[in-house]
Structure formats: structure tokens, C-alpha cells
Design a protein around this ligand. Structure first.
Ligand code: SAM
Length: 284
């Protein structure tokens, strides 16, 4: 039997009684990071053989684990935190076991994205889980295009050092949409900040983002189908890019700063230019 076992995302009290039972009774534990899992097992006084199973060795470890399962062993699969297979390794092994007709079951438990969705206070009837949105320009542009017209609540995982960039993108592609930034869930410094992307951007520009984050974004209103960036945000981001480039000693032209701002916001350069000029005119 392959048991998928969810583990805590911060608070050890969230390991379920059933997860504990399975980890204590299995023959072998396949873990994303054996050292991290060993700490969890030591805390609960469990001694079991561990085998590492992660993104870069799953091709060779998968067949080995399937062999053990065919031989009748019970294998527990855990990731570093939360539910295996959710932005974590596991899905391939589960798929392969299912394809062979091997029995698969689960001790369900924490998923950061689901906890964030529930605490966001946003509609939960229909939602989209995007996981990490990617760091390259193409993935971010695709995401911006998708979110502008997505009517369901959207859940995104983000690293602390990319939070500002993603809030900038949302300020352009999903302005005015209620958003919740959920930080350090189940931990001592758990915090949920709610507001528009521009409000959250202002807050986290002052308050350096630290810890683990999930962003939950309200779906687009029924009638809205395309991006409508706030002129103020376009102006601020363009000015910020120009100031930063000046400070670094390599000043860039306004047109290049606008191009960069447009990319960050997920809108066209022409649109960014028009919105920038709108604010400039208002201020002059
Ligand atoms: N498998 C995990 C799950 O079930 O949620 C997700 C693993 S993924 C590699 C790690 C990301 O999940 C983090 O970068 C963060 O976006 C989110 N995350 C995990 N724990 C969190 C927590 N305690 N608070 C907020 N976000 C968390």
C-alpha cells in the first residue's frame, strides 16, 4: 500500500492521529528531504527507514519504490510540509502506482493554499490553484492575461523575495480586486492582510516580506473580461524603476522604464504609456 501522508505546514500539532499511526506502522518512508522528515519523526519518537524521493531523483527512485509496493510493503510518502503532490513531489509516484493498479490511500491534512483560501474570506464555491506562477517573463505574462479575466478565486504560492513583483503584476492585471496575502500560516507570526493589490503593495513596500506566503485573489467581476491597470500604479512603478536605475549609476530612458513597468504589470507598452501620461497630465 502507498500511503500519501500530509504533514504540518508549521505547527506540529497539525499532524493527524492517523498520519502518526501510518508513519509508525509503515515499512518505509519516502521523503522529499530525509533530514527534515527525520526531525519530525524524532519529535514523535518514530524510527523508520527513510529513502529520499524528490524532484531530481524521482526518475530513478520511483521504480525502486514501485518494486517495494509490488512486493507488498507499505510505503508512506511525505513532503517537506503539507500535502505531497501539491507544489511538491509525489504526483508521479501516485500516478505510476494507480497505473499499475497498486493500492493507494492517504492521511489527509494541511494544504497552505486551502487554508489561505478559507481565511481570505473570498468566495470558495469555485477556485483555481495556480501554485507558483514562475519567474520567467513569459509565464508571468501568461498569468497576467489569465487573471485579468478569471472569474473564480485564484490561489498563488509565492516566495518572499518575489512578493512585491507579484503584487505589482496584480496591481496592473487585477486592480481593485480584493486580495489576501496570507503569511506564516499556523505559525507564531501568522498574518492575513486584506486589500486591493495596490494597498498590499504599499504595505509590503514598507514592511519587508518575510516568511512563507500564499496570495488569494478575488475573481474578476462577471462583466470584466480584460485588464485595466490603475494609472497611479503605472506611474509609481515607472518612477520607481527610473529612480532605481539612476541610483545604480546606469540611468535608463523613460520609454525603457515604461516597457519594464508594462511587463511587470502584464499590460501592453502602449497602454502603460497612456496611463502614465494620464497621471502626468493630472499632476501638471
Ligand atoms: N505541499 C505544500 C502544501 O500542501 O501547501 C506546498 C509546498 S510548496 C513547495 C511551499 C509553498 O507553500 C511556500 O513557498 C508557500 O507559498 C506555501 N506555504 C507552505 N507553508 C506555508 C505557511 N505556513 N504559510 C504560508 N504559506 C505556506
Amino acid at each position: 500500500m502507498l500511503y500519501v501522508v500530509a504533514t504540518p505546514i508549521g505547527n506540529l500539532g497539525d499532524l493527524s492521529a492517523r498520519a502518526l499511526e501510518i508513519l509508525s506502522a509503515c515499512d518505509l518512508i519516502a521523503a522529499e528531504d530525509t533530514r527534515r522528515t527525520q526531525k519530525l519523526l524524532t519529535h514523535f519518537q518514530i524510527r523508520k527507514p527513510l529513502i529520499s524521493y524528490y524532484e531530481h531523483n524521482k526518475a530513478s527512485r520511483g521504480p525502486l519504490l514501485l518494486e517495494k509496493l509490488r512486493g507488498g510493503q507499505t510505503v508512506a510518502l511525505v513532503s517537506d510540509a503539507g500535502t505531497p503532490g501539491i507544489s511538491d513531489p509525489g504526483a508521479d509516484l501516485i500516478r505510476a502506482a494507480v497505473a499499475e493498479g497498486l493500492p493507494v490511500s492517504m492521511a489527509p491534512g494541511p494544504v497552505a493554499g486551502i487554508m489561505a483560501l478559507v481565511l481570505s474570506g473570498l468566495p470558495t464555491e469555485r477556485f483555481v490553484f495556480e501554485g507558483f506562477i514562475g519567474t520567467d517573463r513569459k509565464s508571468r505574462e501568461e498569468f497576467a492575461g489569465m487573471i485579468a479575466s478569471e472569474k473564480r478565486t485564484v490561489i498563488v504560492y509565492e516566495a518572499p523575495h518575489r512578493l512585491i513583483k507579484t503584487l505589482e503584476l496584480l496591481s496592473g492585471a487585477a486592480p481593485g480586486r480584493q486580495t489576501a496575502v496570507c503569511r506564516e500560516l499556523t505559525k507564531a507570526h501568522e498574518e492575513i492582510r486584506r486589500g486591493t493589490p495596490a494597498e498590499l503593495l504599499a504595505y509590503f513596500t514598507e514592511q519587508e516580506p518575510r516568511g512563507e506566503f500564499v496570495i488569494v485573489i478575488e475573481g474578476a467581476p462577471r462583466e470584466q473580461t480584460s485588464a485595466a491597470a490603475a494609472p497611479e500604479t503605472v506611474y509609481q512603478i515607472t518612477e520607481k524603476i527610473m529612480k532605481e536605475s539612476e541610483a545604480s549609476g546606469i540611468p535608463i530612458k523613460k520609454s525603457d522604464a515604461l516597457k519594464e513597468a508594462a511587463a511587470r504589470l502584464g499590460i501592453s507598452k502602449n497602454r502603460a504609456y497612456a496611463l502614465y501620461e494620464e497621471i502626468k497630465k493630472e499632476r501638471s
